[in-house]
Design a binder for this molecule. Sequence first.
Ligand SMILES: [Fe+2]
Ligand SMILES: [Fe+2]
Length: 311
Amino acid sequence: MSFSIERYKQESKKLDTTGIDWQAVTDRPLSKGDLFCLHYMMDIENHVPLYLSHLLVTRACMDPILTAFLACWNYEELWHGENLGKFLNLYGIEFDTQDRIANVRANLGFQNSVSILSTMLGSWLLKDFSAVYLTIGAINELSTLTGYSALIRKSGHPVLKDLLGRIIKDERRHFAFYINSAKEWLTDNEKAQRVDRWMLDHFWVPVGQGVKTQEQVDALALYLFDDEQGEEDLLAIDEKIGRLPGLAGIKLMSRALYAARERRRQDPQWAWRLIDNEEWAVAPPKRSPIGELTTRRAHAGDAAVGAFEGA
Ligand SMILES: [Fe+2]
Ligand SMILES: [Fe+2]
């Protein structure tokens, strides 16, 4: 799988949704599991700018190829989140996208700042930090597109299939960038290989974990991948990542699925209760209401805005 940053810069664009039959979104029902996954996926797509803020404080960003990629990548991911939100709204689930995003971010609270600082520190202590970040990027993109394929299969919804099929094409390009860059960094670099493997074995978590709880991550994994095809898909991800220098035989995605199964075995209600109870709304944070976090300072600001408009 080849990748040219020059070509990517030229061709990067907002997701083309021309011809998607939005009118037909309500023609076919979605299961609670489908809806749970769509909310999860939308939230994680919308979380990309915050994830980016973590990367921009690391030594990885000394590389202009990487920052060029991130500039385009961030824009493309924005439209993934936007369109998943549009799909859910058209399906009849009401929420304000901006409020939801602000709530997700505010709920991260102090943990977000700690995470930025520790990523920054880790990157300056580890000369081969980029190897770890690039490998994680590859896993995240590949598991995201594998998740979208699984949701197409589970839902059998034609409009969703069309939309996700288009998003998958973007994710494939993202994966190509990361896997090629990781391979370049790791080739003939035994120290980087050792660091990468150790970090993945000890600190790797599935895409979305941290923004989502362990139980939410498990609910997604068990809904999408807890069957023969799903398990095969996850083993295929591990196999592809295992082809990187120094990562032969690594088990990440399949290990996460087996761990989720084990948690459900110990508690049969685990994960599925979130789906059954339709727990996909995001509660506003207890402190810092949205008005304090966004430019839409709701009620208190109305008078001020009015005065400004009249000026
Ligand atoms: Fe995406
Ligand atoms: Fe992506």
